[in-house]
Design a protein around this ligand. Structure first.
Ligand SMILES: C[S@@+](CC[C@H](N)C(=O)[O-])C[C@H]1O[C@@H](n2cnc3c(N)ncnc32)[C@H](O)[C@@H]1O
Length: 254
């Protein structure tokens, strides 16, 4: 991959299209980003140059929003996907760092080169991709990397173990999507198919770079399972600060 061949406008267009595609699944995605930012801003309010790591950053939607909101922060995005990282790097800003890394491989947190303790780790719609055992290890890795009082902030679909409530949350999510008008947005598979067919992208990326990973279905862990695993990983307090249907922002305090 040589992202120098990719022009900024093309990358920005694909990121804009990514954001619309993701809204199909998360109607209140922008509000969820704001809530993640509210938590990080509050936790970092007396830190001169906070370190914030975005786990599974994709093309940098949250990474760039956090960097704009807290310009003094060192924001580092980590992801496995070379194409999504290429889009993120091409559009910048320069002060945001992107690292290709796999949360499924031990040592990923040290490989980011952040040096000292992190103030916050954030993630949106990404941690459900990890199998439960690996997720438990990632939670422990993040707990070890955070300073006392630092936070892990995870925006993702989390499920209720009670079947009726699980169904209700899904119904609320679906009605909200209809009201927000996002059900007609391009879906995940169509976005990747279109990306593979774009000659501009084919000049900058290999076919392997443009092969999407995963189906998005994920580990289907419940909110209670996340809370239990986070507590076992050493987080002092764990709880939900925002919810819409089955979409949550879960915060764990070190
Ligand atoms: C649905 S996307 C969300 C991206 C971004 N956080 C957002 O909200 O737009 C899920 C992301 O998780 C990344 N991902 C999945 N498994 C990963 C892993 N083991 N390590 C790092 N990133 C991973 C994917 O490459 C993808 O970019």
């Amino acid at each position: 991959m040589d992202v120098r061949e990719l022009d900024r406008e093309t990358a920005a267009t694909w990121i804009e299209r990514w954001d619309r595609q993701q809204e199909r699944y998360i109607a209140d995605r922008e509000e969820r980003f704001q809530v993640v930012g509210d938590v990080v801003e509050h936790v970092c309010r007396s830190v001169a140059e906070p370190v914030v790591v975005d786990l599974g950053c994709g093309p940098g939607s949250l990474t760039t929003r956090l960097s704009a909101r807290i310009p003094t922060a060192r924001v580092v995005g980590v992801d496995t996907d070379p194409f999504l990282l290429g889009l993120a790097r091409t559009t910048g800003p320069e002060r945001v760092e992107y690292v290709r890394g796999d949360l499924g491989v031990p040592g990923w947190s040290e490989s980011l080169g952040t040096g000292g303790a992190w103030d916050a780790a954030v993630s949106t719609t990404a941690l459900h991709w990890l199998d439960p055992d690996r997720l438990a290890t990632v939670y422990a890795d993040v707990a070890a990397a955070l300073r006392p009082g630092g936070v892990l902030v995870n925006g993702d679909h989390l499920y209720d173990e009670q079947p009726a409530l699980r169904d209700l949350a899904a119904a609320v999510r679906d009605r909200r999507a209809e009201r927000a008008g996002v059900t007609a947005h391009e879906d995940w598979g169509s976005w990747w198919t279109a990306a593979r067919a774009d000659p501009e992208l084919a000049r900058a990326f290999t076919p392997a770079d443009l092969a999407a990973e995963g189906s998005g279905r994920g580990n289907q862990l419940s909110r209670r399972q996340h809370v239990d695993v986070l507590r076992q990983a050493g987080f002092r307090e764990v709880g939900v600060v925002w919810q819409s249907g089955d979409d949550h922002v879960l915060v764990a305090v070190r």
